[in-house]
Design a protein around this ligand. Structure first.
Ligand SMILES: [Zn+2]
Ligand SMILES: [Zn+2]
Ligand SMILES: [Zn+2]
Ligand SMILES: [Zn+2]
Length: 575
């Protein structure tokens, strides 16, 4: 089939459906999409709350639950342990399909009736009460979307780390602080996109470095200070002069380093070991088209946050992988998800699901919510294999003859993901605002929800600006203080493990609250939007005379200050 240009139902912009896309839709037996890929990504993201948690009450026991759902959301919540108990069965919420109502309306009805897993954690978290979307956390506090974290706090989208604080998109790191998108680092602080580094500070895109400060694009170096080779003694002297144990010294170093980083070329795409990929933050992958935050994946189109290796042959899946194959329009599905479409939070081991949420070990289910070990269910009711096929076919036909229309007049037939307005999360609570930030007014205008959740506001007794400048002057009683964030004035505290860590590393107390620190780190991450640009290299390279003519798609907007190079020029300068 030839490529076709369509107008997106959501943003009203033209988008192209490529021949490869049509082949996939045919294989999945779905009609071509009516939203463009970024609007599809935006719609799925509305169903992912990664790190905003609330105190709620279990509908089962009345116990206090640390939950992804606020009380105001009216979503019935069980604690995760209670959800896994077998003294209840989501089949009790089963119902017949009502052919006089739209499909999405009815799905929304069942979705707000069945109890939700409060913090969406798996079994096996130890002494880690305040974590969400995490498994096998040990002695950790406020970690979100993590696995196998030990003695960590304030980290998100990170895995297998020990004693790390305030970091995002980090794997296999230890004793590190304020890290972004880094792997296998040890005692590496305030750094970005580093691999295999030890005792590295304020550095970017370094690999295999030890004892380096403020460096960019270096490999296997030691005692480099702003990319300059120093002797060990001079290096130590230079670091000592910066007084990194003080807030003022640390902030000055950060500013200087970030300005220094801008002087060095960056590759048009951030990632390594790829074959035939297009997108941003992609590594160890092949045949990825319009990917964003993808690792160890093969043959994906329009997929995001596939940071666990093992996603394959899929389109439009957001969050997870590990493994997931032949899937379309899923959010937060993994640990074995095969041939499934339009699903949310289905893990582990699910096969042939459509329009399902929170399913475990199920196969051949349609429009069901919160089931375990089931087959041939529709709206949480059991059917025989033949009845299942027959009824599913009828419902799909009805979805087309009586589609759902959302608040803004967008039409939802079979083949559309769930409408964003049915998400239990507001735009500002879900990750959609990380990827597509919009002001409240615009959010409401576009027909999304906004959470005006009243957060518990604690009375503060210390202002961040009054904190001791040096960590050496901090008294032990700081852990009992409620500090007002320097920026948003909301209360935050310093936990004992954090204080011990900062003292050990000689770093000052943070003056921003957990959310403001996260927002700060996230501002380092480019969005998924790609821009067509030309290589900025005007150096003498054998393959070009004068300015390099190579063009590419990059997430660095033309207005940005970074120097962006094509792969060839970048490798000539940096490799
Ligand atoms: Zn669009
Ligand atoms: Zn704040
Ligand atoms: Zn070039
Ligand atoms: Zn060049």
């Amino acid at each position: 089939m030839e490529s076709q240009t369509k107008v997106c139902q959501n943003c009203k912009q033209e988008f192209v459906i490529e021949p490869e896309d049509f082949a996939f839709y045919e294989k999945m037996k779905v009609p071509p999409p009516t939203f463009c890929w970024r609007c599809r990504f935006q719609r799925r993201s509305a169903y992912r709350n990664e790190r905003k948690a609330f105190f709620n009450t279990s509908l089962k026991s009345g116990k206090k639950v640390f939950s992804l759902y606020s009380k105001q959301s009216n979503i019935p919540v069980y604690s995760d342990e209670e959800w896994y108990e077998d003294d209840w069965d989501a089949m009790q919420y089963g119902r017949d399909y009502d052919f006089s109502k739209t499909f999405f309306e009815q799905f929304h009805d069942i979705a707000v009736s069945v109890p939700h897993k409060g913090s969406s954690c798996e079994h096996g978290n130890l002494r880690s009460d305040f974590v969400v979307n995490s498994d096998t956390a040990k002695d950790s506090y406020l970690v979100f979307n993590t696995s196998a974290m030990e003695a960590c706090a304030y980290c998100n989208a990170s895995h297998r780390c020990r004693e790390c604080f305030d970091s995002t998109n980090m794997n296999d790191c230890e004793l590190s602080y304020e890290l972004f998108l880094s792997t296998k680092c040890y005692r590496t602080h305030f750094s970005s996109q580093c691999i295999d580094c030890t005792n590295v500070l304020f550095s970017k895109n370094c690999k295999g470095c030890v004892d380096c400060f403020g460096c960019v694009n270096l490999k296997n170096k030691s005692h480099c200070f702003f990319n300059e080779q120093l002797s060990k003694e001079d290096y130590q002297k230079s670091i000592a002069e910066l007084r990194l144990n003080t807030w003022s010294g640390c902030m000055e170093a950060k500013k200087t380093a970030h300005e220094f980083w801008l002087k060095f070329p960056i590759k048009y795409i951030q990632g390594v070991n790829n074959l035939n990929v297009l997108g941003e933050y992609i590594s160890n992958s092949r045949n990825i088209y319009m990917g964003y935050l993808v690792q160890g994946a093969d043959n994906l189109r329009y997929c995001q946050e596939q940071m666990f290796p093992g996603a394959k042959d899929s389109m439009d899946i957001s969050v997870w992988g590990s493994p997931s194959e032949i899937c379309y329009e899923n959010a937060i599905c993994g640990y074995g998800c095969f041939n499934s479409k339009f699903c949310v939070e289905c893990w582990p081991q699910n096969v042939n699901l459509e329009y399902c949420m929170f399913m475990e070990n199920c196969s051949d289910c349609f429009a069901s919510f919160g089931l375990k070990n089931k087959k041939y269910c529709i709206f949480n009711k059991q059917y025989s294999s033949d009845e299942y096929k027959e009824l599913k076919k009828k419902i799909i036909e009805r979805m087309d003859s009586m589609p759902f229309m959302d608040k803004k007049g967008r039409i939802y037939k079979y083949g559309e993901f769930f409408p964003a307005e049915h998400s239990p999360f507001g735009y500002n609570t879900s990750v959609v605002s990380d990827h597509f930030p919009l002001a409240r007014e615009q959010v409401l205008k576009e027909g999304y929800n906004w959470d005006d959740v009243e957060r518990t506001e604690y009375e503060t007794n210390t202002d961040a600006s009054e904190l001791p400048n040096s960590i050496n002057d901090v008294k032990d009683d700081i852990v009992s203080k409620l500090i007002a964030c320097y920026k948003c004035k909301r209360a935050y505290r310093i936990i004992k493990a954090e204080l011990d860590f900062l003292r050990q590393e000689g770093l000052p107390l943070p003056r921003l609250c957990v959310d403001c620190r996260f927002a700060d780190r996230l501002s380092q991450r480019n969005k998924s939007q790609l821009y067509h640009r030309k290589c900025m290299c005007d150096k003498k390279h054998a393959f070009h005379a004068g300015h390099c003519e190579n063009e590419f798609e990059t997430s660095y907007a033309p207005s940005r200050p970074e120097i962006v190079y094509c792969e060839q020029c970048y490798n000539s300068e940096v490799a």
